[in-house]
Write a protein that binds this ligand. Sequence first.
Ligand code: 5GP
Ligand code: ZN
Length: 115
Amino acid sequence: MDCIFCRIIAGEIPSEKVLETDEILAFRDINPAAPEHILIVPKKHIQYLEDATGSDIEILGKLFLTARDIAKLLSVEKNGYRLILNNGKAAGQEVFHLHLHLLGGKESLGPMLTR
Ligand code: 5GP
Ligand code: ZN
């Protein structure tokens, strides 16, 4: 298995877990771009959004609801937080296993297109 996130999900690489369900693992980004920087990852390996199908609708919805729950868990929901999905190389995707970034914990998260 050469996917870093699949290896984290399998427990082969340690991670700082924030929340886990049957379908989703959320853990801290190793190189945080904000005080709270969480990666929300479906356990199912989906490389790009283009690879998701109708049978993935539920898991895609759960990614967002899990992000909302984590924002609350980390008490960033009141000040606001940003969710980012980098899809493809030109968008800055480095790990080719679909995931949401949750960024929060500072007053300003900066301009729209930067982290
Ligand atoms: P992408 O650029 O693909 O949207 O985001 C990948 C993210 O995964 C980056 O922010 C990077 O810091 C993070 N990352 C890469 N390898 C690891 C790792 O082994 N552990 C953790 N916790 N985060 C990682
Ligand atoms: Zn994977």
